[in-house]
Ligand binder design. Structure first.
Ligand code: CP
Ligand code: NVA
Length: 334
């Protein structure tokens, strides 16, 4: 079994800024090794008798199931605690909840609204806390995204990724940091109204300077995607922002990822993949798309051979497993 460095032991992950570029690479390599091991039919005991709380304020298909199976695969247990199940935020503070869960569990995966909540849990729990999505960041998602890019191209540095859509949401923020840390060329194609925080852009640009990557924001999607190897989009209305629906649809209609935009990369039929963190509004099978049609991605792109969204979804499991194992398990001797 591949080993990993002691430096990740006991560590939380609240944003990708919490780990070094080398640690991020190491997590991705461990994820790839764990995926190969699982594919070979082996299930291990790297999380034997480790107990992880899944504290979720928002709904989830991938993060919840991928985390739960990753933990059980390696002999641990996962306890799903939604806002209906525990007192957090209603009768009990973040600090008290964290101190209780930290006495009972070996780690906490949190999904919810405020970044402050996951930071508070990490401050008080005394065990590692991982961010499974907040309004601001989605770091476990971007580990899976980078793993998928690595699998598709055999490299990360130098790959050109264009994110198209809501430029200031949790996924866009995290992708910008992850790409910068891994040396990708990242373009955020978004309208002026949905620009990412300039301070975060400056942080990502500084990181990119160290890795040979680059980070820029572009309003014209056709110009922004030119030369892209990866087209990435996310929903136009994130969880908790439902009141913004009409404005977002108006602002983002010109940013739909469709075949015309794929052609504008100049790489259709060559080195081009499509990624989406999911869930995606691409067909007519949800209430939203029945009313409005496909939104952020056209159905033929979503279903195209170069769409890797289900590899990406599977990789959520391998990357979270790597994160939990490296934080909670003693590395085998080198
Ligand atoms: N991509 C992602 O986080 O999916 P879920 O909301 O289903 O967890
Ligand atoms: N930006 C989306 C991501 C879902 C995985 C949301 O927050 O709803």
């Amino acid at each position: 079994m591949r080993t990993w460095s002691e430096s990740l032991r006991g560590r939380s992950l609240l944003t990708l800024l919490d780990i070094t570029n080398a640690e991020m690479r190491e997590l991705l390599e461990l994820s790839i090794a764990l995926k190969a091991r699982r594919r070979s039919g082996l299930r291990g005991d790297l999380l034997h008798r480790r107990h992880i709380a899944l504290v979720f304020e928002k709904s989830s298909t991938r993060t919840r199931t991928a985390a739960s199976v990753a933990i059980h695969d390696e002999g641990g247990t996962a306890e799903y605690l939604s806002s209906q199940d525990i007192h957090l935020g209603a009768k009990e503070s973040v600090a008290d909840t964290a101190r209780v869960l930290g006495r009972v569990f070996d780690g906490i995966l949190f999904r919810g609204y405020a970044q402050q909540t996951v930071e508070g849990l990490a401050r008080w729990a005394g065990v590692p806390v991982w961010n499974g999505l907040t309004d601001s960041f989605h770091p476990t998602q971007v580990l899976a995204d980078l793993m998928t890019v690595q699998e598709c191209f055999g490299r990360l540095a130098g790959v050109r990724l264009a994110y198209v859509g809501d430029g200031r949401n949790n996924v866009a923020n995290t992708l910008m940091l992850g790409c910068a840390k891994a040396g990708l060329h990242y373009v955020n194609c978004t309208p002026a109204e949905l620009m990412p925080d300039p301070a975060l852009v400056a942080t990502a640009q500084a990181l990119a300077q160290e890795t040979g990557g680059s980070v820029r924001v572009e309003h014209d999607p056709v110009a922004g995607v030119q030369g892209a190897n990866v087209l990435y989009t996310d929903v136009w209305v994130s969880m908790g922002e439902e009141a913004q629906k009409e404005t977002r649809l108006r602002l983002l209609r010109p940013y739909q990822v469709n075949m015309e935009l794929c052609r504008a990369t100049g790489n259709l039929g060559g080195e081009l993949i499509f990624l989406h963190c999911l869930p995606a509004f691409h067909d007519h099978q949800t209430a939203m798309t029945q009313a409005c049609g496909a939104l952020e991605v056209a159905d033929d792109v979503f279903e195209a051979p170069f769409s890797r969204v289900f590899d990406q979804a599977e990789n959520r499991m391998h990357t979270m497993k790597a994160l939990f194992v490296s934080a909670l398990s003693t590395p085998p001797a080198r």
